[in-house]
Design a protein around this ligand. Sequence first.
Ligand code: SF4
Length: 363
Amino acid sequence: METKSVYIHIPFCKKICSYCDFCKVFYNEKWTKKYLSCLKKEIQDRYLDEEIETLYIGGGTPSALSINELKSLFRIVKLFKLNNLKEFTFECNPSDISRELIELLKKNNVNRISIGIESFDNNNLKFMNRECSFEDINEKINLIKEIGINNINVDLIYALPNESMNTLRKDLKLINKLDVNHVSTYSLMIEPNTMLSYLNTKPINEDADARMYNIICRYLKKHGFNHYEVSNFAKEGFESKHNLVYWNNEEYYGFGVGASGYIQGVRYDNTKSLGDYLKGNYLKTSSILSKDEIMEYEVILGLRKCEGINIREFYNKYHINIQSQYPNINELIRSKDLIYKNGYLFINPDKLYIMNEVLVKLI
Ligand code: SF4
């Protein structure tokens, strides 16, 4: 299988969010310079010269880099063969968006922008240690469109400990007003080693979380978004091509500190230590997957998609019937956790919010 996708991780942030357990450090000019030269070296060492169709620069906060640093980053991106490039996403923090930045992105073939809005509610923002205002974002989204990038995602975080259903509804209403074509949603998790866990924050109860998930699904569906993955919603034709590579269990490169990849049957994780990465010790772990493990990934990732898994394609790929590999499927269909329809196996939409429990029973 030829690798057609690349993820690049930029770990620098100007401010640290209270819930964040991603691989990130405070922005620092000296480290950024060094990081970019290590990133270049890692790509030169590993990239096997395939034509790349989807590129995703995420973080951290890629937009935290200065214009000159971004110019260096885009010179590194030119190492890839990009004649067949279909989707090039760049993550932006709202406060970094400027005409100069977006024009630079456009000039370098970025055609999709992902903005970490998370919420418009002042209490929510304060709790997350973030900033954002509807008026500001609305203006910036108009600017992005004016410069010619029309594929825009926004991120929304919900299920904060003191969040009410009304706050969530207000956030959804404002997001809809922005007229974007993709929304990624995240239920707040209190992860270890984050500010929230140090403050001993307790998560919202599961019932409220499930009700919020239902409000989101119903609202976005009503407003023209297709619910295509457990947490992702897109207007027709704007499903993320890059993320579908992950959910379709296809191979991809991951470059940068903390990045993961899947190349030639090997899944690998880069080191999360910036110090190690800057010394050129990129890799932390890698493992060659057995056929059973590859099938397990196919099922776990494939069932994240609302359309589910194409049974015939599964058979053609692995020469084994999915029901023989996972005999619990029949029981889960009987209990209505899974649905089998028109050649696809998928999680009952009413059970999507407890998807992990269904997967545990399945595998
Ligand atoms: S959530 Fe994003 S912007 Fe916030 S600290 Fe983490 S990586 Fe940085």
